[in-house]
Design a protein around this ligand. Structure first.
Ligand code: FAD
Length: 303
């Protein structure tokens, strides 16, 4: 693991913490439109803010939760009383170098995909349809259409909140797996270094449109949801297992399974996060009873 010079990354420290939001509503900003409050959310715009953050006395005492675009996270109704962290500014930028692309963790997938199209860089079309951020993608090893973020990654640059240093770790030394990416404790993913290959812009555009078309046909649109609820177990599909284990009642009510894709649920806005959690547990129980398989959640439920 390579440690990156603190000096190179250290900016000026500001005196006051104007970047703190108290009682941040996850229900307001999450894709589920549900979830408890984050008692203290720190907005990090640059390395200077990071240094201010580590100077906060709380950082060594409290657990931390970095949030991206909240497309795969549900915070339970009781809320999160650790330190919430959200990246902005410098971490929402993309820089193209001769042999790699440096992408900030706060960059949204759809934006990166469009950016790559404009620069004639191919291989990022699949991100056009995922509603997360690069940080969330690297954490989850997000993917679709037989592609995963790990296939594109060269290295991950992250901040370790315990020893207060920035590190770069090569993808060769990381054990990414299906929906399991860089999940190192006490770490804030800052950037990903990504591969670059140039291609035909029309073909890139066509592929983006093709993926969008598939998505529109096979998944519910314009509803509150989190994407897939469960990971697919090896050799089977979560949706098939769910469909064959539940009854019609699961397709009705304020939290209901989607008739288009039974590994998706749709919920009314501001529904209690704990009732979503119970709904998910009920599905899990049914599948276990019918198939003796315990489905593993893809959705991150935080308490
Ligand atoms: C409609 C819909 C469709 C979806 N389709 C897909 C799909 O096809 N494929 C797929 O893989 N996923 C899909 N998802 C799920 C989701 O978009 C991905 O998991 C995405 O990678 C999450 O990114 P995010 O920024 O929203 O992460 P969040 O939900 O904000 O966070 C997810 C996890 O990542 C951690 N995290 C986020 N940023 C950082 C950071 N900078 N440093 C450290 N940890 C961090 C969080 O702590 C949390 O544990 C879908 C979701 C929706 C709503």
């Amino acid at each position: 693991m390579q440690e990156i010079s603190q000096i190179k990354y250290a900016f000026f420290m500001s005196q006051e913490n104007k970047n703190l939001i108290t009682n941040y509503s996850s229900a307001k900003y999450s894709w589920l439109k549900s979830g408890g409050k984050i008692s203290h959310l720190y907005k990090i715009h640059n390395q200077g803010d990071l240094i201010n953050l580590v100077n906060e006395k709380e950082i060594n005492k409290k657990k931390i939760l970095v949030i991206g675009n909240l497309s795969n996270t549900l915070i339970k109704d009781e809320g999160y009383d650790g330190m919430g962290i959200k990246l902005f500014g410098d971490f929402a930028s993309i820089q193209i170098n001769s042999d790699y692309m440096l992408v900030g963790a706060a960059v949204l997938d759809n934006y990166l995909s469009k950016y790559c199209y404009h620069h004639g860089i191919y291989g990022y079309e699949f991100l056009y349809t995922i509603p997360g951020s690069i940080g969330g993608n690297i954490f989850m090893n997000a993917g679709c259409y037989n592609q995963e973020i790990k296939d594109k990654l060269l290295s991950v640059i992250f901040f370790d909140t315990k020893d207060k240093k920035v590190y770069e770790k090569n993808i060769r030394d990381l054990k990414f797996d299906y929906r399991k990416g860089f999940q190192k404790k006490n770490s804030i993913i800052l950037y990903g270094k990504f591969k670059i290959s140039y291609g035909n812009k029309n073909k890139i555009r066509e592929l983006m449109k093709e993926y969008e078309g598939i998505r529109n046909q096979t998944q519910p649109q314009k509803v509150n949801c989190c994407g897939s609820i469960f990971k697919n177990p090896s050799n089977s599909s979560a949706w098939r297992l769910i469909k064959s284990s539940i009854d019609e009642s699961f397709y009705n009510g304020p939290i209901k399974l989607s008739k288009i894709h039974s590994n998706f649920f749709e919920n009314d806005p501001n529904i209690s996060a704990n009732s979503i959690d119970s709904f998910i547990s009920k599905i899990q129980k049914r599948v276990k009873e019918k198939h003796n398989i315990t489905l593993e959640k893809e959705l991150r439920i935080i308490d």
